[in-house]
Design a protein around this ligand. Structure first.
Ligand code: TXA
Ligand code: MG
Length: 318
């Protein structure tokens, strides 16, 4: 049985022994280990069944520590760190030589962020090493946004889950890399492009195919429920024309009127992107437990966090 607790001292002991602890962040739960321990890093890949070519994010407790992890950091990276850390922004910058290649999948760059969760920040302050932490789900499945999701995924193999409640943002961090010191978005996420651009001006957003070689984790199928999922512009009309058993839906604010619906998830009745993003994975986890034949989602407006939600919905259908 998993040990779910809020005891960061227990977490420290386990991490110091090269074992893993699931940690809460404001985005999703992470599966954490000592960033300098080869044993711990290997356990992360093995537990998640994650391919070794997919690099990990290094979590630190303060932006002042960025220069311990990275070098030749572009000016705009510092500006972004200043604006968004602690928070849901991951920077991909040139790694310092002592960062293990196992963390970076052999690349000379490293992904870094300061998560914005009080429990995890306190834990990081107690430790004398940073934590590498991918999302705490088996490779390819929906990221966990509650301690209970992690426990369901790994009933035996994770010795401790730190319980920090439900993740406030509920969707992974926005990942930004640099090309000739200019920011490029590798992964859409919890911080909207509009907010990034307000700090550093216009940024390039890579599409998934472009991002794949740069950010090797950006495989098309990802974040996916086990239940078949499709995206349909007009769900009510689609349901009228197709008679399908056991359906669940995901909409932004609209209620679907239909007799056959087993369950519907309305992500934000008040049409709030932040609330919708926070509810997205919670909704997917609930729907995925209902033995449905099909999950039908509608596309979100292509702006603000709507873009990030569409990115995750699209991956869920692949
Ligand atoms: O919100 C988040 O970012 C969560 C929490 C736990 O911090 N973490 C997370 O980690 O989503 P993960 O491993 O599921 O996704 C991290 C992605 C990888 O898919 C990889 O593509 C990208 O970060 N990444 C890591 N290091 C990179 C590097 N050196 N260059 C390019 N992309 C990198
Ligand atoms: Mg992940």
């Amino acid at each position: 049985m998993n040990n779910i607790s809020t005891d960061i001292h227990k977490a420290k002991t386990i991490l110091e022994q090269d074992n893993l602890v699931a940690i809460p962040t404001e985005t999703v739960y992470g599966l954490a280990g000592n960033a300098f321990s080869e044993t711990a890093i290997k356990k992360i890949f093995a537990t998640k069944n994650r391919p070794l070519f997919n690099p990990l994010i290094v979590h630190i407790h303060s932006k002042e520590l960025l220069d311990d992890i990275a070098e030749k950091v572009p000016q705009k990276a510092y500006q972004l760190a200043e604006a968004f850390w602690p928070g849901s922004l991951t920077l991909v910058v040139k790694k310092k030589s002592d960062i293990p290649y196992l963390v970076t999948a052999g690349k000379n760059t490293v992904a870094v962020r300061v998560p914005n969760h009080p429990l995890t920040l306190s834990l990081l302050q107690l430790l004398d090493f940073p934590l590498v932490a991918p999302s705490a789900n088996p490779f390819g499945s929906i990221s966990p946004t509650a301690a209970e999701h992690v426990a369901n995924y790994f009933p035996e193999t994770v010795p401790l889950i730190l319980d920090g409640g439900i993740c406030e943002s509920g969707i992974e961090s926005t990942i930004i890399g640099f090309e000739e010191d200019e920011p490029i978005v590798y992964r859409l996420g919890a911080i909207a492009i509009e907010a990034i651009e307000a700090v550093v001006g216009k940024v390039k957003v890579m599409n998934t195919e472009e991002a794949a070689p740069e950010a090797p984790g950006m495989l098309l199928k990802h974040y996916a429920p086990k239940t078949k999922t499709i995206i349909v512009d007009d769900i009510e009309n689609f349901l009228k024309e197709n008679s399908l058993p056991k359906i669940g839906t995901i909409t932004f604010f609209k209620k679907i009127e239909h007799n056959n619906l087993v369950h519907q998830e309305v992500l934000s009745e008040r049409k709030d992107f932040k609330e919708a993003a926070a509810n997205l994975y919670q909704a997917m986890h609930r729907l995925d437990k209902m033995n449905l034949n099909l999950i039908i989602a509608e596309p979100f407006p292509d702006e603000n966090l709507g873009k990030s939600i569409n990115d995750r919905l699209n991956r869920a259908t692949k």
